[in-house]
Structure formats: structure tokens, C-alpha cells
Write a protein that binds this ligand. Structure first.
Ligand code: FES
Ligand SMILES: [Fe+2]
Length: 378
């Protein structure tokens, strides 16, 4: 990767068009949309999106009114029908205006004009409790992006999430790719997190010889779409990544339905920008969604939840608060390093030298450069 891949506005736009508007990207949690008229809004790859429960059906639309472009929903989340606040147009589950107040007196659209009005709808795919959206007109099958086994793993683990969720956003000053290069780097925790994460978890960095051999050369010649997607599917993976030095149990853990029974640190990475972890072997989960804002700016939208409660208990929000405090320390350590890396970049900065253990990052990098600099389709 060259400095311009982290600095250039033009590269950032190409990423938006060729990666974030082509791939399936995380959009929220199904448990936030359980009741009729529940909605969430987000900006994904520069497009305002609303995901709304319309009589039990989840729909994703461009969050822009067809009349004069006001936002249909203006809050990040809530419960409200899909009605524009500007002049009161309301929309049905197909995205057509179902009511235009004072239509016959003031607007007088022909039946043909009215029949052609439809909000732009996006493909939405729940994977367990996780919602993925695809902004492309002809979305690729999600199975081309994620292996079936990875989808199954996301499904089973996210179905274990409780519906009480705490969220926050960290506004960080680094390029989104640095975050994932760091997450694929098993050699950093011991150095960056000595008194936090690795005080109780050991991560043993491994040098995968087979992967090293595979990524040593160029991409295979004549790679077609199927070949590129085969490589892409290997960017997303998950499982146990660290072992506990001591297993500590907390009272609240007996009040939730643990996911699995393995005392390990779990990580799931879903390319391009979703990271999920369970730092306590399936009793609680953290979702980190890294949202690119500009070449040197990324919003880290973080969600904390425990596994499903067996029944409500009085101090559940305190548990979430303590999970948040714990992971804020760790995330803060990563953010500090990456902001330093970003700050040192300039067009003539030295090009990174990856060692043999960095096969995962090399694999992503050569695919990325092929797409971004080689003008290829995902
Ligand atoms: S802009 Fe939405 S009703 Fe006028
Ligand atoms: Fe880290």
C-alpha cells in the first residue's frame, strides 16, 4: 500500500464506488427494529439510508423525500411512520407515496407521474441479528462475499445477542484501512495492550507458511470476477484467537445465556469494515463498525451487549457501562497508534515493509490495489 491510498481524496472516492457501493456492508441490528415503524438511519458510502419496519417487513430506502429532498427520518433511530416532515408525504412498503396531503388542490400530478414515484430501495439481508445492506443496483450474492461457514458463524453468534445495547461513536483521525490492518496483525497486542487486553489474554502470532507462499507473488494472471471473489471470501473469518491466562467469572454472567462454552477471546472480521469480538468467551459482545468519513477520518461506531438475559435484572445497564469502559481503554490504545501512523504519512513517506507473518494483510492489499488502481470490478 502506498501513502496515497491513505491520503488521497480520489482514492477515497474510488473506494466508495468500487468497494462500499458494491459489497454488502453492515447497517445495524435487527433487534433495534422489532416493532412496526421502528427505524434506523445511516449514511453509507455517502448515501443517506433509512431502514424501517413497515408492518413487520424490514425495508431499506434512500432516506430522501421524492418531493423536495427532505430527509424522511431525521433521527439516528426511533419509532415513527415513514412520513416526510416537510409537507407530510407518507410512503408505503413499496416506497410509493401512499398519501400526498392536498394533492388534488396543490400538486395535481398525473396518474402516470404519480405511478412513477418510488423511493430508491436497497437490498437488505439479515444474517442472524446483523443487518447487511448492498447499495448496488444489481447486488452480488452475499455468498460471493462471505463463505457459508462464516455466515453460519455470524448467524449463530449474533442470535445470542441481548436486545439491550449501548452504543457510542469515536471520531478517529486515521484511514479506515489502518484499523483492519491492525486487526489482522496478531503481533501488535502484546506491544500495544500490555496492561489492558493482554494482561489476561495471550495472543500468539503465527506465521502461516502456506499463506506466505501464496501471497509472495503477483495475483494470478487473467483473474476474472469469480477469481477475485474467491480471494475476497477469504478476507472475512472468525473464531477463537486468544486464550485466557486466568478465567474470571462475574455474577452477571450467570444471568445470561452464554454463546458456546469456550473460554477464549473471539474475533470476527467481516470485510470491508465490521469487527466483532467477544472478550469473555461468549458472555458479551462488542461490535465495531468502522465508517470511512474522509481519507484521514473514520468514525468508530461501537455497540456493546451481553448474551441474551435469562430474565431482566436490575443492574444490566451497569454491566454494559463497565464493558464499555473496559473496551474503551483497548480501543483507545489502538486509535492512538493508528492516529500516529496516519499523522506521519505524506506522499513521499516510506512505503511499509511487511514481514512474512503479515500474509493476511498482503492478501487484502494485492486484491485492493488490483480493484482500486487496476480499475477492476469486485
Ligand atoms: S420534501 Fe418531503 S413532503 Fe415536501
Ligand atoms: Fe489492538
Amino acid at each position: 500500500m502506498l501513502p496515497r491510498h491513505y491520503l488521497s481524496q480520489e482514492v477515497f472516492h474510488r473506494e466508495r464506488d468500487r468497494i462500499f457501493r458494491k459489497l454488502w456492508v453492515f447497517a445495524g441490528l435487527r433487534t433495534m427494529l422489532r416493532q412496526n415503524n421502528d427505524f434506523i438511519t445511516r449514511s453509507i458510502a455517502g448515501i443517506p439510508v433509512v431502514i424501517q419496519n413497515i408492518r413487520g417487513e424490514l425495508k431499506a430506502f434512500e432516506n430522501v423525500c421524492l418531493h423536495r429532498s427532505a430527509r424522511l427520518q431525521s433521527e439516528p433511530a426511533g419509532r415513527r411512520p415513514l412520513v416526510c416532515a416537510y409537507h407530510g408525504w407518507s410512503y408505503d412498503a413499496s416506497g410509493a407515496p401512499s398519501n400526498i396531503p392536498l394533492h388534488d388542490e396543490l400538486y395535481r400530478y398525473t396518474a402516470e407521474e404519480r405511478g412513477a414515484m418510488r423511493l430508491r430501495e436497497f437490498a437488505l439481508r439479515p444474517v442472524g441479528n446483523l443487518l447487511f445492506i448492498n447499495l448496488d443496483e444489481k447486488p452480488m450474492p452475499i455468498e460471493d462475499q462471505f463463505d457459508r461457514s462464516f455466515i453460519d458463524l455470524l448467524e449463530s453468534s449474533s442470535n445470542a445477542y441481548d436486545s439491550e445495547v449501548m452504543t457510542t461513536t469515536f471520531r478517529a483521525r486515521f484511514n479506515w484501512k489502518l484499523g483492519y490492518e491492525n486487526l489482522r496483525d496478531g503481533n501488535h497486542p502484546a506491544f500495544v495492550h500490555p496492561t489492558t487486553l493482554t494482561r489476561n489474554v495471550s495472543f500468539v502470532p503465527v506465521l502461516d507458511e502456506a499463506l506466505h507462499a501464496e501471497v509472495a507473488g503477483d495475483l494470478p494472471a487473467g483473474l476474472d470476477t469469480a477469481g477475485r471473489r474467491e480471494i475476497l471470501r477469504r478476507f472475512s473469518y472468525g473464531g477463537a484467537e486468544g486464550t485466557f491466562k486466568n478465567v474470571t467469572r462475574y455474577d452477571w454472567q450467570s444471568l445470561v445465556e452464554r454463546w458456546g462454552d469456550q473460554d477464549s477471546y473471539f474475533n470476527w472480521l467481516a470485510y470491508p469494515n465490521l469487527h466483532i469480538a467477544s472478550g469473555d468467551g461468549g458472555f458479551s459482545f462488542t461490535i465495531e463498525h468502522h465508517v470511512p468519513v474522509a481519507p484521514g477520518r473514520t468514525d468508530l461506531e461501537i455497540y456493546w451487549m451481553t448474551a441474551k438475559k435469562r430474565q431482566p435484572y436490575s443492574f444490566s445497564s451497569t454491566v454494559l457501562l463497565s464493558l464499555m469502559h473496559g473496551s474503551k481503554l483497548v480501543v483507545g490504545e489502538d486509535v492512538e497508534v493508528m492516529e500516529q501512523v496516519q499523522a506521519a504519512l505524506h506522499d513521499g513517506a516510506p512505503v511499509p515493509r511487511q514481514g512474512d507473518y503479515e500474509g493476511l494483510n498482503k492478501r487484502v492489499e494485492r486484491w485492493y490495489v488490483d480493484i482500486i488502481d487496476g480499475n477492476r470490478e469486485v
